[in-house]
Ligand binder design. Structure first.
Ligand code: PHE
Length: 487
C-alpha cells in the first residue's frame, strides 16, 4: 500500500452499474422502511406516493445530478469540491462534510438494534422478540447496546476497508438484489394474509382530499433524506466515476431503485399495520423505531408458525438496508479525511472508525447512563437531537447553499458541461430553472417548517401550512398567528 495518498490513486467504480448500485445502496435505508410507509398511510396513500414520485423525478434527480457532477468535475470530496471552485465557498463544503460525521454514529446505533433483533429472532424466536417491553429493555441496556452497535460498525468498517471495488461494490452486488427479493417476498406473503387487501387498498388508492402544503413539505423532506442528498455522499461517489459514464441515466437509476424499495416497504408494512392498528378506523401509525421494532414484531407473532422465519427475513432486509447506508456514510467521512489531511486511505479510515466508535458510545449513553439529558424536551434523547440538527437543520441549509453556489456563483454551465461529457443533456434548461429557483425556494420552506415545528409552536403545524406560512411571512407572533389561523 502506498504511504501517501499523493501516490495513492483515487478510488474508482468499476463502471456505471457499480456506481448506480452504490448510490442506490446509500439511498435505500431506514428512511425507506420506516418513514415512507408511515407518511403514505398518513397522507392519503396513492396521493402521497404520486406526489413523492413527481418530486423525486424533478427536484430529487436534479439535485442528485448536481452533486454527482460536482464530484466528478472536481474529482474531490465535498470540502475540496467547493473550495477548488471558489475558495470563499469552502464553508459550504465544510458544513456538508459535518453532516455525515454527525449521522454516522447514531445511524450505527440503530444498526446495532437491527443486528440485535436479527440475532434474537434466530436465537430465541418470535415469541421472545414480540414480548411486551422487549424493545425498551434492550435499548436502555448499558452493555449489549454497545456490543451490538460495535458489531454493526465493525461490519461496515470492514467492507469499507476492502476498498471501493473490492469492498463496497461487491457487498452491494450481493446485498441489494437480495434486499429487493426479500422485500418482494414479504410483500407477497403479507398480501396473502386475511384482510390484507383492504390494507393494500388503503395504501394504494389515492385520497385526493389529503393533498396539501403539508403533504408536499413532508414528501420533500422525505426525498432529501431518502436520496442521501446534501451531505457530501453523492459528491464523493461522483468523484469516483469515470468521465465516460452517463451521469443523467445513472442518477435516474438511483432514484428509481430508491422509489421501488419505498413502494415495496409500504406494500409490506401498511397492510400489516392496517390490520394490527385499525388504520381504517382512525388508528394511526407512528414513524420511526416503534414501527419496526415494536408494531411489526407484534404483527409477525400473530401470523402463527411463520412468525420467526418472517421476522428473520424482515430484519435481514432491514440490516442490509441499514448497513449499505452506513457504509456510504463511512466512505464519505473517510474520503473527506483523506482529501483534507492527505493521509492514506487506510489511515483515514482508521481515524474515521475511532471517531465513529467514540461518538457512537457517547450518543448511545443517552439511552442509559446519560438518560437524564433530554436535549429537545421531555422524553427525547441525544440521538433525537443529533438527528434533528443534521436532517432538519443542516441538510436544508447545505442544500440551499449548494443550489445558490451552482445556480448563481459558478453558474449552471459548469455542471451542464460536465454532464455533457458523456451524454446529451436535453433537459438542461429545465434543470437550470429547478436549481436556480424551484429547489431553493422549496428547501427554504422546509427549513422554516422544521424549526418552527421544533422550537416555536408545534401546534401551529396542525393548521394548514400555507395559512401559517402566511402569518410567518407577515411576522406575527406564533400565538397571534395561531389564534388568527383558528379564527
Ligand atoms: N438515505 C438513507 C435512508 O433512506 C439514509 C441515509 C442518510 C443514508 C444519510 C446515508 C446517509 O434511510
Amino acid at each position: 500500500m502506498a504511504e501517501q495518498s499523493k501516490h495513492e490513486e483515487r478510488s474508482a467504480w468499476s463502471g456505471k452499474l457499480g456506481f448506480i448500485l452504490a448510490g442506490a445502496a446509500s439511498a435505500v435505508g431506514l428512511g425507506n422502511l420506516w418513514r415512507f410507509p408511515t407518511l403514505a398511510a398518513k397522507y392519503g396513500g396513492g396521493t402521497f406516493i404520486f406526489t413523492y414520485f413527481i418530486l423525486a423525478f424533478t427536484v430529487g434527480i436534479s439535485l442528485l445530478l448536481l452533486e454527482t457532477a460536482l464530484g466528478r468535475h472536481t474529482k474531490l470530496s465535498v470540502v475540496g469540491a467547493f473550495s477548488s471552485l471558489r475558495s470563499r465557498w469552502k464553508f459550504v463544503g465544510i458544513l456538508a462534510a459535518l453532516v455525515p460525521f454527525i449521522i454516522t454514529p447514531y445511524y450505527c446505533i440503530i444498526g446495532g438494534w437491527v443486528t440485535k433483533y436479527l440475532f434474537s429472532y434466530v436465537a430465541e424466536g418470535s415469541g421472545a422478540v414480540a414480548a411486551e417491553g422487549f424493545f425498551g429493555a434492550f435499548i436502555t441496556d448499558p452493555v449489549f447496546t454497545y456490543v451490538f452497535m460495535i458489531i454493526f460498525m465493525l461490519l461496515c468498517i470492514g467492507v469499507v476497508a476492502l476498498g471501493v471495488q473490492n469492498g463496497i461494490e461487491k457487498a452491494n452486488k450481493v446485498m441489494m438484489p437480495l434486499l429487493l427479493i426479500m422485500a418482494i417476498g414479504i410483500s407477497i406473503f403479507v398480501l396473502c394474509q386475511p384482510g390484507a387487501m383492504e390494507g393494500a387498498a388503503y395504501y394504494l388508492i389515492p385520497d385526493w382530499s389529503m393533498l396539501s402544503g403539508e403533504l408536499v413539505i413532508n414528501a420533500l423532506g422525505q426525498m432529501f433524506y431518502s436520496l442521501s442528498l446534501a451531505m457530501g455522499i453523492m459528491v464523493t461517489y461522483g468523484s469516483y466515476l469515470n468521465k465516460k459514464e452517463n451521469l443523467a441515466q445513472s442518477v435516474a437509476g438511483i432514484a428509481g431503485f430508491d422509489l421501488v424499495v419505498s413502494f415495496l416497504a409500504g406494500l409490506m408494512i401498511v397492510p400489516a399495520a392496517y390490520m394490527a392498528l385499525g388504520l381504517g378506523d382512525g388508528g394511526t401509525m407512528n414513524a420511526g423505531p416503534s414501527l419496526i421494532f415494536v408494531t411489526l414484531p407484534g404483527v409477525f407473532e400473530g401470523m402463527g408458525g411463520a412468525a420467526t422465519i418472517i421476522g428473520i427475513i424482515f430484519f435481514l432486509l432491514v440490516l442490509f438496508a441499514a448497513a449499505t447506508s452506513a457504509i456510504s456514510l463511512i466512505e464519505a467521512c473517510t474520503s473527506i479525511i483523506q482529501d483534507e489531511t492527505k493521509l492514506s486511505r487506510n489511515k483515514s479510515l482508521a481515524v474515521c472508525s475511532i471517531f465513529v466508535i467514540v461518538a457512537g458510545c457517547f450518543i448511545n449513553a443517552g439511552y442509559n447512563v446519560l438518560i437524564g439529558i433530554e436535549p429537545l424536551g421531555p422524553g427525547t434523547q441525544l440521538l433525537d437531537f443529533f438527528d434533528f440538527i443534521s436532517n432538519s437543520v443542516m441538510m436544508p441549509i447545505v442544500a440551499v447553499l449548494t443550489c445558490v453556489f451552482v445556480g448563481w456563483i459558478i453558474k449552471p454551465k459548469t455542471i451542464i458541461d460536465e454532464v455533457r461529457q458523456s451524454a446529451k443533456f436535453s433537459l438542461a434548461g429545465v434543470w437550470t430553472v429547478i436549481i436556480k429557483y424551484i429547489a431553493p425556494i422549496l428547501i427554504i420552506i422546509i427549513l422554516i417548517v422544521n424549526v418552527v415545528k421544533m422550537f416555536v409552536a408545534p401546534e401551529l403545524l396542525a393548521t394548514s401550512i400555507p395559512d401559517w406560512l402566511f402569518h410567518v411571512i407577515y411576522s406575527m407572533s406564533p400565538e397571534d398567528a395561531l389564534a388568527a389561523a383558528a379564527a
